[in-house]
Design a protein around this ligand. Structure first.
Ligand SMILES: [Zn+2]
Length: 369
């Protein structure tokens, strides 16, 4: 619908800031990328880069508290998901900060062996009401639509494949929405207050990315308290904003052994500076001066990594997949030092911003999950 311009004047030339910002990006960005050639140089760089990244995202500000896990409900799913038990568990991640999460527990296989249950953490992205879409709660009509749009129920998809899956609300999503977005109207329910949270956090030296990464670390602590779960081989899978959380969490926490990032791996310049209308939760003060996204993902080496990109995903930026390939090449350069280049799977799918579960069988087999 054409916008009404009958009450304005026509501006023929704009004096915007983007050209200057792009020039500054060329001059000042990415000063701490990995410049070495050997494994020992990489491992030294990784230790320093993790320290820098932890400080930039505000992990030094986090409260250390007891988890105090609480089981709120246990439901046996019915129909095509019969056999899967869905627990609702709360853990405490900071002082007065609680993480509600669904834990999907599929039935023990017919021939039980002595191995412990394999666990996935599945953080949510935007516009899916947090854990409700990831856990596949199609009985909520608004959630059913979100699942259809993004194939958003990847937590349930993994549980159907026999994995224990933790589907948390991240900060600002689902039951964790802050005051501005609390309410049952569909627009409030599906969306999130991470935008508002970023405004509260950043002047305090914190970031939404840091808060989310910290909460996922606390979920990992919770996994380690479960005697029947294989805490030595935990995987994390996230799409979109869930991919963002998976990236930063896995870069900093080596307890994650298999990393699945979908719809969130591209260069900062194109995807977050030129596409500057993205949600505030993507932005970390001073981060781009130090690293590009491929540098951050390089911290995951030599662990198993699956990156999924949609060829037409607008979030790749104006140069499309070129902006992804450049970052994947940065990552593969580091994996080559370990002779594990093959354990970076770059899965390219046709179409836009959407999770594609077809890669799961291939990746699970290759990674030996
Ligand atoms: Zn956000």
């Amino acid at each position: 619908m054409p916008q009404d311009s009958s009450r304005t004047i026509s501006i023929k030339k704009y004096y915007s800031s983007l050209p200057n910002m792009l020039s500054k990006y060329e001059r000042f960005a990415r000063k701490d990328f990995f410049k070495g050639n050997t494994l020992s140089e990489y491992e030294r760089w990784r230790a320093q880069a993790r320290a820098t990244l932890s400080e930039l995202i505000g992990l030094d500000k986090m409260d250390r508290v007891a988890l105090k896990p609480q089981l709120e409900e246990t439901i046996s799913l019915q129909g095509e998901n019969e056999g899967i038990v869905r627990q609702k568990v709360l853990i405490q991640s900071e002082q007065d900060v609680w993480v509600p999460m669904y834990v999907l527990i599929p039935p023990v296989p017919d021939k039980p062996d002595s191995r412990k249950r394999k666990v996935f953490i599945a953080p949510p992205g935007h516009q899916g009401a947090g854990k409700y879409s990831i856990a596949g709660m199609r009985e909520i009509p608004a959630v059913a639509d979100a699942i259809k749009k993004y194939n958003y129920d990847y937590g349930l998809q993994l549980a159907r494949r026999g994995f224990v899956v933790i589907c948390p609300d991240c900060r600002g999503f689902g039951e964790r929405r802050d005051e501005k977005k609390q309410g049952d109207a569909e627009t409030d329910f599906l969306t999130s207050s991470c935008f508002h949270l970023a405004h509260m956090a950043e002047p305090m030296g914190e970031t939404v990315i840091g808060m989310c990464a910290w909460d996922l670390m606390k979920i990992m602590d919770y996994i380690e308290t479960q005697p029947d779960w294989d805490s030595a081989n935990v995987s994390c899978l996230g799409f979109s904003g869930g991919g963002m959380q998976t990236l930063y969490f896995s870069a900093l926490d080596e307890r994650v052994k298999n990393v699945f990032i979908s719809g969130y791996l591209y260069g900062f310049r194109d995807s977050l500076m030129i596409l500057n209308g993205n949600c505030s939760c993507n932005y970390v003060p001073h981060l781009w001066e130090h690293f590009d996204m491929g540098d951050i993902a390089s911290l995951i080496a030599p662990r198993n990594l699956m990156i999924q990109s949609g060829r037409e995903d607008h979030l790749n930026g104006p140069r499309g997949l070129e902006n992804v390939y450049e970052q994947v090449e940065i990552i593969k350069n580091v994996y080559r030092l370990y002779d594990r280049e093959d354990f970076v799977i770059h899965d390219i799918r046709e179409g836009g911003h959407c999770w594609h579960e077809d890669i799961l069988e291939t990746a699970i087999q290759k990674f030996g999950i």
